[in-house]
Design a protein around this ligand. Structure first.
Ligand SMILES: Cc1cc2nc3c(=O)[nH]c(=O)nc-3n(C[C@H](O)[C@H](O)[C@H](O)COP(=O)(O)O)c2cc1C
Length: 187
């Protein structure tokens, strides 16, 4: 069956390092027959969760009328969700955080929509060291999130890159993204 892959791109740099790796993953997955959609979060109006809790209780849903609304059904329908982000101040970007916080809206089903989905991580950071960069914090958060949502961590691509174009100079990183794309497509 055709796999649906949803990529959430958290960098403001549309052609930045994490986006290039995410695109490499997407290209491989598409070539292997998957249906892939990439969402450039920076271009969307996604407001912070206001903690109103109106999404709790049977049939509850988020009442904030913004660009998260069309994203909710896409998230629910995906077989795999890829979180692609730069490290900003020792964790993942604010753009991605706004979106992830709003997953709270699935609380009425106890996040059943996510159970059994595959999750994947694409992460770039400026520091040479994944600990000093804070990359470990982002990975730890995503792993905890996947565990909570009962998702399977299908793989992670992460590495050091600063300027736009840096990841293209690292064939082993590009290859890892390609392989993860094939895996998510079920190839
Ligand atoms: C606001 C800001 C904060 C950053 N914070 C960190 C950091 O805490 N640790 C780190 O290693 N790199 C940090 N960086 C560097 C980026 O993580 C790095 O350049 C990354 O490859 C950018 O990915 P992108 O091209 O996908 O945006 C920061 C960059 C910016 C602009």
């Amino acid at each position: 069956m055709t796999k649906k892959i949803l990529i959430l791109k958290g960098s403001p740099r549309e052609k930045g390092n994490s986006a290039v790796l995410a695109d490499q993953l997407a290209e491989a997955a598409r070539a292997a027959g998957a249906e892939v959609e990439s969402i450039y979060l920076h271009s969307l109006d996604i407001r912070p969760c206001d903690g109103c809790d109106l999404c709790s209780g049977a049939g509850g849903a988020c009442i904030i009328e913004d660009d998260m609304q069309p994203l909710y059904p896409k998230l629910a329908a995906a077989d795999a969700i890829v979180l692609a982000t730069p490290v900003y101040w020792f964790t993942y970007s604010a753009q991605l955080k706004l979106c992830i916080d709003r997953l709270y809206a699935f609380q009425s089903t106890h996040w059943a929509e996510f159970r059994g989905k595959k999750g994947a991580i694409v992460l770039t950071y400026g520091d040479d060291d994944i600990y000093a960069s804070g990359g470990v914090n982002a990975i730890h958060t995503f792993e905890t999130m996947f565990r909570f949502l009962k998702m399977e961590n299908a793989g992670m691509v992460y590495g050091t890159a600063s300027d736009i174009g840096d990841v293209q100079k690292q064939p082993e990183l590009m290859e890892k993204a390609h392989k993860l794309g094939l895996k998510l497509a079920g190839a």
